[in-house]
Design a protein around this ligand. Sequence first.
Ligand code: F6P
Length: 744
Amino acid sequence: MPRAAKFLIVLLSGMALLTLIGYAVIAQTTREWFDADLRLRSRLAVASAGQSLAANWQLDAAKLTADLANITRDERIMGAAACTTDGQMLASTEAYPRDFSCPSVLKHVRDAAVDATTPAWSMTTELPSGRVHVSAIKLAAGSGDMLGVVILVHDLSYVSRREATTRELLLGAFFVLSLGASLVTLLAARMAWTSWMRELRRALAGNPTSEFRPLLRDVRALMERMSREREQDAGTVAWSPARLRSTLMQHLQGERIVILANREPYIHERTADGVRVLHPASGLVSALEPVMRACSGVWVAHGSGSADREMVDDKGHVHVPPGEESYVVRRVWLNEQEENGYYYGFSNEGLWPLCHVAHTRPLFRADDYAQYVRVNRKFADAVCEEVDSDDPIILVQDYHFALAPKMIRERLPRATIITFWHIPWPNAERIGICPWREELIAGLLGSSVVGFHTQQHCNNFIDSVDAFMESRIDRETNAVVQGARKTLVRPYPISIEWPVHWLQEVPTVAEARMSVRRELEVSPDTLLGIGVDRLDYTKGIEERLAAVNELLLRYPDLRGRFTFIQLAAPSRTKIARYHELNERVHALAAEINERWAAPGYRPIVLLHSHHEPAAVFRYYRAADVCYVSSLHDGMNLVAKEFVAARDDERGVLVLSQFTGAARDLTEALIVNPYDIRQASDALATALRMPADEQAERMRAMRSFVGEFNVYRWAGRMLVDAAVLRRKERVSGRLGAVLSGGEAA
Ligand code: F6P
């Protein structure tokens, strides 16, 4: 029961009790007043008629009766009687009640002295006709001898009437006072509630008044302690699929997660030998696939393989990984026009060059954007079909789906949507050149959390929101507030699985070194460099080959002894710029090979084809140096994969300073890929690095990647999502209370 109601009940009971006591006191007092008044009146009445009464006493009954009648002219005296001392009634008025005979009254009076001020005896009693007051006044002769008594009977019905009026007045007063007290209580309670809610809102907004400060201090201390405990726990127990599973079980009670990502983790391709399963070259897939294997759920993706349609059920579902089947891929089909406009057009000719500082001009075509909107809607609808509650956890991936979070939010207002942007987010000035910048940002702000690899990208995003949107930026919590909705902006540096399961299929370092050199037909002591990328202009492949050329130029002892293998996965081949890049890279490789050619020696081995992950890991193991030369990269997981492959603690990583990975792998040789001379020096340093220094650097990087692996990345994001959802559920309840309170 609300406290105000309890208070009111106590108040009203108290008032009722006081009214009762008040009434009893007043009734008693008025009765005493009336009694005294009647005794006085009786005495005066008898005194004023005293002489005449004495003169006619026992002499003239008729006159005595007339004297008594005179006394009863006072309308409140209903009757009078005259009694001798031996109990004989000499006379009485007509209305004198027979209940009071002379003997019955005289027995009370007999011993009383004659008194001029008070009656000898009086009493109040109930008769069938009503309440009466009886008084007996002694009458004495002029000589002082006792003649007898005069009995006066007063009608008290007027007293009862007055008492009833008093009672009614008191009840009325009680009612009015109760009403007043109730109104005052309600008003006070309402004012207290409103002010409490105002304080609560201020407190929640981080601006508490002194009254709330101690409470908030305690809550904060508790939260800090919990977060410290969580951190300590995170430091002692390594993140693994099992830990991710149990964390999700604890926070999400085993609910399924829905991922939206354009690229599917398994592509079914029709070949001459039947259907083949391909694992695409994609950082996003290498990161998310192990997470889905660990926690299950649905991955909604574009069905892009030539045999994809043959493998699904009528809902577009296929269970993967083949043979293990721990989660579901929901394939969404796109026609050619949609794929051209959404994927090749707006995503990869517009957003991709916009977000990467790689000096390729973005192309923004209205038709492409229209397809982008249409396809985002199509995928958002598919996601909404796959969820199993009205407040699901949905992970939206990458720049292909900037609009989907808002579209999903419109259909599932209570969803917890985490959007992870796998590529860099440029500064506000650069974002400003996109004709649909507001729509893109608004779409992303449909998310509960927007994640980037680095704090720098988070800052750029917040600056872009500041520049182009109507919103409030909470810089303390890194959040964007629009009306009642809040979107957190958080860095989550992505990583890879640890240990990498593909390594089970990969030969040991010694075997890989030998077999790869044998295939290349080079001597067993040839120094090998490796580069692994999709053939993309952001990867700095031309700069990388130029650095190899510079290395051979400036370090002649390496000519004939050093070969660089470049694995280049064909990518976005319909786009002219990718064609041009392909041609340039092939030409440059041929030029360098020609320049440094010697019998049986090729400095560059360009393998322009798709390589399955196990094949890629064999090359990592065979190499002495891995060069990641991205001109701009959100994270770059090739760098982390190379580290994971080197369980022999050998091999050196040369890493572009423009990758997110350069912030994590600080023991790599960090270079500016545009600085060809510096990069060639770094390659030379790597190839000459003593074994113990290699081991020291590799150990440090392996320990970092092992600890900050993809299970931790996913665990942090999903736990944040679960915590956020819990908060939203609570604040939803609080919101209901608040609006209920406001309505009251
Ligand atoms: O790493 C960036 C990224 O765009 C991923 O998000 C994507 O999976 C990968 O490159 C490959 O690109 P695509 O899906 O166009 O082949």
